[in-house]
Design a protein around this ligand. Structure first.
Ligand SMILES: Cc1ncc(COP(=O)(O)O)c(C=O)c1O
Length: 458
């Protein structure tokens, strides 16, 4: 990344602009705000999942088509949230609608296998270079199963995870996701901090946290715990402090390290899988781990998940020593949508479209950053990208700590007021692209970003 001169952002001005932008946004969402008070009577917090209530208020959606969505107030947006990255196919894609409709007429659930399995398994094996697959219903379930497989196969309990990554909502991995800087401890030996209340302390003793992009720190963790580590789970490109790419050689180094200590490496590709490239991070970075966890984009908008692994790791499942099971695993609606997604929509050609859209968006944002001398840079691959508000490259969670959330919140407000729907703001400004995004959609994003840049610098 080229070092260049940038302005210092005036945070008092940012505070004033936040007030103005919030005042502009609120009246647009009267119906959403009112509906939530009705839902609240019998639905906790009036939303189905806590993050749907991100400030300033929950926005209830009516429908989507292609790259656009409409809320219940009738506002139309270009959708860069895309259901936390699940809708790379775009909304109501005809191939997905047809596949789901056809299956719905033939029955929505049997808890028995159906004849989509061979095509899906073969497609995933080709994309991610792992021979065997099973299915589940979310990213949470996929990483839970990955941890279980690594522990069961090695007979060891300890898992190494990266500081600042999220792997889902279960107790084995929900540590140090967004750790409090005052509590997180030294970099070479971070404290394993539960992210939410209710996780038993005993689980923290089974997780060692290390910084991303640091092979020496990972080696130290293995050496300190000789014979205890079942495996390591890593999001091959970190996605929740903006997009953080792995340094060259880092992922292969981790694979070698895991194997040196007779442990396994799992890639959590819930966000990167079938989004960065056709073969996700495996293809983008040329490293094949022992396990890949998938969800989101592979299901075309249905609740989905998949776990790919080596024959060695799946032996206990195939031999019946471990029942990897779930009532809705391989649900026919999900399988129909997944098959259409993988074989008809997210084909190799789709990634040319995504790369083209990413390139246009990056060019437009880079130009605005340059023009207004913002302390920021653009990073990403394929369907995933972000603006990171830092002049130095963010290579791990700790590098992102100084980024002021008011700036990213303000950028989010400008997008939202300008008709671009983004995932909830935090220290990141991450987007997902769909195969339906157009040049016009890119212009909307870049135009709003310019307005934001002008406002904070003028
Ligand atoms: C990297 C990663 N892993 C796992 C999950 C959990 O997926 P789900 O919300 O489908 O349970 C997420 C969710 O955002 C994620 O980003």
């Amino acid at each position: 990344m080229a070092v260049r001169e940038s302005i210092e952002i005036d945070l008092d001005r940012v505070d004033r602009l936040i007030e103005e932008q919030e005042a502009e946004l609120e009246p647009k969402h009267r119906a959403s705000i009112e509906y939530r008070t009705i839902a609240e009577r019998h639905v906790a917090g009036g939303v189905a999942s806590s993050w749907q209530a991100s400030p300033p208020h929950a926005i209830f959606i009516d429908r989507g088509d292609g790259s656009h969505i409409w809320d219940i107030d009738g506002n139309e947006y270009v959708d860069y949230h895309l259901g936390y990255g699940a809708m790379v196919v775009g909304h109501a894609h005809p191939a997905i609608v047809q596949a789901v409709e056809r299956q719905a007429r033939r029955g929505t659930h049997f808890a028995q296998p159906t004849r989509d399995l061979d095509v899906i398994g073969e497609n995933l094996a080709e994309r991610f270079s792992l021979p065997l697959w099973r299915f589940c219903n979310s990213g949470t379930e996929a990483t839970l199963e990955a941890v279980r497989l690594m522990r069961a196969t090695t007979g060891r309990d300890l898992i190494i995870k990266i500081e600042g990554t999220y792997h889902g909502h279960h107790d084995s991995l929900m540590f140090s996701v967004i750790p409090d800087p005052d509590l997180m401890g030294p970099r070479n030996h971070p404290v394993t901090l539960p992210q939410v209340p209710g996780i038993p302390r005993a689980f923290a003793d089974l997780v060692r946290v290390v910084p991303f992009n640091d092979l020496d720190a990972a080696r130290q963790a293995f050496e300190e715990n000789r014979g205890r580590v079942a495996g390591m789970i890593v999001e091959p490109s970190m996605m929740n402090c903006g997009v953080i790419l792995p340094d060259p050689g880092y992922l292969q180094g981790l694979a070698d390290l895991c194997h040196e200590f007779d442990a396994y490496l799992a890639f959590d590709e819930v966000k990167t899988g079938a989004t960065l490239t056709y073969g996700g991070a495996v293809e983008a970075f040329g490293v094949v781990p022992d396990i890949v966890c998938l969800a989101k984009a592979i299901g075309g908008g249905t609740p989905c998940g998949a776990i790919g692994a080596t024959e060695e790791l799946y032996r206990i499942v195939v031999d019946g020593e471990y029942d990897m099971a779930g009532t809705f695993n391989g649900n026919p609606l999900t399988m129909a949508a997944m098959k259409a997604t993988l074989t008809e929509v997210l084909t190799r050609d789709a990634y040319e479209t995504l790369n083209y859209v990413y390139g246009s968006l990056k060019d437009g944002l880079d130009a605005a950053i340059e023009r207004y001398r913002l302390p920021a840079y653009v990073t990403g691959v394929g369907a995933k990208g972000s603006v990171i508000y830092s002049t130095t490259p963010v290579r791990e969670y700790r590098d992102s700590i100084g980024i002021d959330e008011r700036v990213t919140y303000l950028a989010w407000l400008f997008q939202q007021n300008g008709g671009v729907f983004k995932s909830p703001w935090s220290k990141q400004e991450t987007w997902t692209l769909s195969v339906r995004h157009s040049d016009e959609d890119v212009r909307s994003y870049v135009g709003n970003f310019e307005t934001f840049a002008r406002a904070i610098t003028s």
